[in-house]
Design a protein around this ligand. Structure first.
Ligand SMILES: NC(=O)c1ccc[n+]([C@@H]2O[C@H](COP(=O)([O-])OP(=O)(O)OC[C@H]3O[C@@H](n4cnc5c(N)ncnc54)[C@H](O)[C@@H]3O)[C@@H](O)[C@H]2O)c1
Length: 326
């Protein structure tokens, strides 16, 4: 068993996601503490805030992190840069043995959606946290798959353009590919498709997600609603602002009105439509950016579970709450 100290963690990428995650670790984690904040832009808000909180910082990227005197103590590195930067970072990190949680859609390791498959990934060295859209929608597809086979799952994820930094914009293609794969691998759909919208509307819109799932045959609507409702409650345990925007909708396609699917012909069965909204905790950006919370809360939940699994006990956070002015 480990000693009972909190696990020091490092975050690479001092942008929207990295800064939100740092604040969450400092305000809310009972098993983790900030060991380092790593960027490449010395003037970034994230590095400035980290320094003001007394967190060790470097603006020399991964090389700077590896040179920090306390790197040997770091137990988990969160990568919140971009898919291409993560590939480079991983090449250096994998030699060190430190465990890495990838918040970019580089998809080097297996995909993790904590409420669905966290317990299968307690020993990974590189775990892929998919995307914000994936964290919001794959649980719903998994909940539907528990009741009936999902032939096709399509998700549309809309986030405020203001909440998507250059790192997000650099890997939009990877977003769609990685999310589509997770709908299949973790959600259990036979086929998956993801669409992302960076909506520039002002005032900024809350994160919205729509899940369309085609399930074979006549289905028990009550059982589907119950399974989806249970899953929403599980996600709310770490993202309280995650909610159904309206009741689950069902559409039936029978012999007289089949749905034509390009590439695979006629579909007869039920289309399940789930509309979700995610209000953020406003730890960094305002509450419209639920897309930050759904990713950073999921990643933090995994790191905390890893720490717990290694014997780190839960510590109350009153001191750090005061330190960060919460
Ligand atoms: N914004 C979102 O809603 C969201 C949600 C989930 C996942 N993501 C993913 O998180 C990542 C970051 O997104 P963001 O919106 O925070 O972008 P961002 O541009 O605000 O932040 C990225 C940060 O990484 C830094 N960086 C870039 N290359 C680096 C390197 N080699 N070493 C160290 N730092 C480096 C940049 O200077 C910047 O501060 C992206 O991969 C994105 O797909 C974003």
């Amino acid at each position: 068993m480990e000693n009972q100290r909190r696990w020091p963690v490092a975050i690479i990428g001092s942008g929207n996601i990295g800064t939100d995650l740092m604040i969450k670790v400092m305000r809310g984690s009972t098993r983790l503490e900030m060991g380092a904040m790593v960027g490449i832009d010395p003037d970034s808000d994230g590095l400035r805030r980290a320094a003001s909180f007394g967190v060790p910082t470097t603006a020399e990227g991964i090389e700077g992190l590896l040179k920090l005197p306390n790197f040997k103590d770091i137990k988990v590195v969160f990568d919140a840069t971009s898919a291409s930067a993560h590939r480079t970072n991983w090449e250096l990190l994998k030699e060190t043995g430190v465990r890495v949680l990838d918040l970019t859609p580089a998809a080097i390791g297996p995909s993790c959606i904590p409420v669905v498959n966290m317990e299968e990934h307690l020993e990974e060295t590189n775990l892929n946290m998919v995307t914000c859209g994936g964290q919001a929608t794959v649980p719903i597809v998994a909940a539907i798959s528990e009741v009936a086979p999902v032939r096709y799952a399509e998700i549309v994820s809309s986030v405020s353009a203001r909440s998507a930094g250059p790192g997000t914009r650099a890997n939009i293609d990877e977003f769609t590919e990685t999310t589509s794969e997770a709908l299949v691998q973790v959600g259990g759909a036979a086929e998956g498709k993801a669409i992302m919208i960076l909506n520039p509307a002002e005032p900024p819109m809350l994160m919205r997600n729509t899940v369309y799932a085609l399930v074979e045959g006549e289905q028990d609507h009550t059982a589907l609603e119950a399974s989806i409702g249970k899953m929403v409650s599980k996600v709310q345990e770490y993202v309280p602002g995650y909610q159904l925007k309206q009741a689950v909708q069902f559409e039936t396609f029978g012999a007289e009105n089949p749905l034509y699917m390009p590439g695979s012909g006629e579909f007869r069965g039920t289309r399940v439509i789930v509309m979700l909204e995610v209000t953020g905790a406003a730890h960094y950006l305002p509450a419209y950016a639920g897309n930050l919370d759904i990713m950073t809360s999921a990643a933090m939940a995994v790191a905390e579970r890893w720490a717990e699994n290694s014997g780190v006990e839960s510590h109350l956070t009153e001191t750090t709450l005061q330190e960060v002015g919460a």
